[in-house]
Write a protein that binds this ligand. Structure first.
Ligand code: NAP
Length: 417
C-alpha cells in the first residue's frame, strides 16, 4: 500500500492522485507495516529530519532529495540507517537528474579524487547566462527568473551560494569519504556581479560562472562556492541557462564532466526512481557511504586558495579618469611589491563613472584584498566591486602604459552598458 504525506489534502495538484492515498498524519505511514520505502521530498530541516530518522529507525529505507538536511545531518542519518540494516539514498539531492552521487559512490574506486567542482545551482546559472546574453542587470533578470519559477520568492539560498554549498558538502563527503561542515566552505554569491564585469571578462575570453569546488592539494582540501572566471576551453564554460554540470578529476581517469538538468519535476523524479530501482535490484550490493570521519582528521581542510598565489580578477568603480589614474598607480606599485604582476587592465564606462578591472597573477588573494583595502582608503571616490578567482594560468600581458586609457577601450562596450 502507498501513502502520500501532504500539508493540504484539498490542494489542487497538477496530477491525478487518488484522494485516499493522501494523509496529513505521518504516524499513519510509520505504522503501516506494508510500507518499506519512504521517499522524502518535503524539504527543509523540520519535520523532515524527525520523519527520516523515525523511518530509518523502524527499518524502512529512505530516499531523500533534501540537500540541506543531508549536508547538516547526513552523517547521523547514515549511521541510523546502518544500525538498522537499511539504506538512505539521495541521488536527487545534488544536480537533479545528473547521476553524480551514484558515480562518486560506486564507480571511481580505482581513483583518488583530486577535484570535484561544478555548476550546482541552476538559478544562478540562468541569471548569469541571461545577464551575459541580454546585457540586463541582476535585479531585472532575477525578477524574470522568479516569474518563470526558476527562483524562489526569497532567492537568498540560491543567489548567496547556500544551496550550492549544501550540494558541495554532499559531493565532498562522498568524494573524500569524510564529513565536512558546510560553514567551513568559503562562500561568495552572485549579487555583486554586474553586466560590466561579465563583459570585461568576456573581452579576455572568460565566462563567469558560480562554481562549487573541492580540490585536494598536498593533503589539504580547499572548499569554496564562488563566481569564477573560466577560460573558453574549460569544460564548464559552455554550460548555460538552468543546466547544472559537475567535473570530477581522478588521478587515474583524468577529467570527467557530467551535464544535465539540475532541477525540475522530471529530472528530480528520474533521480528518485533511479534510487528506488537501485533498492529493488538488491540492497546487498549498495555501498554505504562513510561520513563518520571528520574531514580535517583525514585530509585536513585549508584555505589553500587564499594562501597560494593565483590568478584573480579585481574590479573597482572609479568616479572619473583622474581617480582611475591614481588607482592604477597605487595598485600597480603594491602588486609589484608583493611579487605579482598585472596581466591585463580593462575598463568600461557605466552610469556612475568608470569600472576598472585588473587580471593579476602570481599573488595571494589575501595580499590583493589588503592592497585593494589600502587603495580604497587612500584614493577618494573608489569602490571595490568584486575579487574573483581565475581558472588556469594568468600570464603577464604586454607592457602596459598609463596611456592605455579608458578612452581607447570604451567604444565597443559603451552601447551595452
Ligand atoms: N523542485 C526541484 O526541482 C527540486 C530538485 C531537487 C531537489 N529538490 C528538493 O526536494 C525537496 C522538495 O522541494 P519542492 O520544490 O518539491 O518543494 P514543495 O513544492 O514545497 O513540495 C513539498 C511537498 O511536501 C509537502 N509538505 C511540506 N511540508 C510538509 C509537512 N510539514 N508535513 C507534510 N507534508 C509536507 C507539501 O505538501 P502540500 O502539497 O500539501 O503543500 C508538498 O507536497 C526539497 O528538499 C528540495 O531541495 C527539489
Amino acid at each position: 500500500m502507498a501513502k502520500i504525506l501532504v500539508l493540504d489534502p484539498n490542494k489542487e495538484r497538477g496530477v491525478d492522485v487518488p484522494r485516499e492515498l493522501l494523509t496529513q498524519q505521518v504516524e499513519e505511514i510509520l505504522q503501516d507495516a506494508s510500507i518499506d520505502v519512504f521517499v522524502e521530498v518535503i524539504g527543509g530541516i523540520d519535520p523532515a529530519h524527525e520523519i527520516i530518522r523515525a523511518a530509518l529507525a523502524s527499518g524502512r529505507h529512505v530516499i531523500s532529495a533534501n540537500k540541506a538536511l543531508l549536508a547538516q545531518h547526513g552523517a547521523e542519518l547514515l549511521a541510523v540507517a546502518e544500525a538498522n540494516g537499511v539504506h538512505l539514498l539521495f541521488e536527487a539531492s545534488v544536480a537533479g537528474g545528473i547521476p553524480i552521487i551514484r558515480m562518486l559512490q560506486t564507480y571511481l574506486t580505482a581513483n583518488r579524487v583530486r577535484e570535484v567542482s561544478g555548476i550546482l545551482n541552476g538559478t544562478c546559472n540562468y541569471i548569469l547566462t541571461e545577464m551575459a546574453k541580454t546585457g540586463r542587470e541582476y535585479e531585472e533578470i532575477l525578477a524574470d527568473a522568479q516569474r518563470l519559477g526558476y527562483a524562489e520568492a526569497d532567492p537568498t539560498s540560491d543567489v548567496e551560494g547556500f544551496d550550492a554549498a549544501y550540494k558541495l558538502t554532499i559531493l565532498t563527503n562522498l568524494a573524500y569519504e569524510a564529513h565536512v561542515q558546510t560553514d567551513r566552505i568559503e562562500r561568495q554569491g552572485i549579487t555583486q556581479l554586474t553586466v560590466a564585469d561579465l563583459r570585461l571578462a568576456e573581452q579576455k575570453g572568460y565566462t563567469i560562472k558560480l562554481i562549487g569546488s573541492a580540490r585536494e592539494n598536498q593533503g589539504a582540501i580547499s572548499l569554496s562556492v564562488r563566481p569564477r572566471l573560466l577560460p573558453a576551453d574549460h569544460p564548464l564554460a559552455g554550460v548555460h541557462d538552468v543546466y547544472n554540470a559537475v567535473k570530477v578529476n581522478g588521478d587515474v581517469v583524468g577529467d570527467l564532466t557530467f551535464i544535465g538538468r539540475g532541477a525540475g519535476e522530471l529530472p528530480t523524479a528520474s533521480a528518485v526512481i533511479e534510487d528506488l530501482t537501485l533498492l529493488l535490484s538488491g540492497e546487498n550490493t549498495i555501498r554505504r557511504p562513510n561520513w563518520n570521519r571528520c574531514l580535517e582528521e583525514q585530509v585536513g581542510t585549508a584555505d589553500a586558495e587564499s594562501s597560494a598565489p593565483t590568478g584573480l580578477y579585481i574590479s573597482l568603480n572609479c568616479s572619473d579618469l583622474e581617480v582611475q589614474t591614481l588607482v592604477d598607480a597605487q595598485f600597480e606599485e603594491s602588486i609589484a611589491a608583493s611579487g605579482g604582476y598585472i596581466a591585463e587592465r580593462l575598463a568600461t564606462h557605466f552610469k556612475g563613472g568608470i569600472k576598472r578591472a585588473y587580471l593579476v597573477g602570481g599573488v595571494r588573494e589575501e595580499q590583493v584584498k589588503q592592497t585593494v583595502d589600502e587603495v580604497v582608503q587612500t584614493v577618494p571616490h573608489v569602490q571595490l566591486c568584486v575579487i574573483l578567482p581565475i581558472e588556469g594560468d594568468v600570464h603577464p600581458g604586454v607592457e602596459w602604459s598609463h596611456n592605455t586609457s579608458v578612452h581607447e577601450e570604451k567604444d565597443s562596450y559603451l552601447e551595452v552598458l
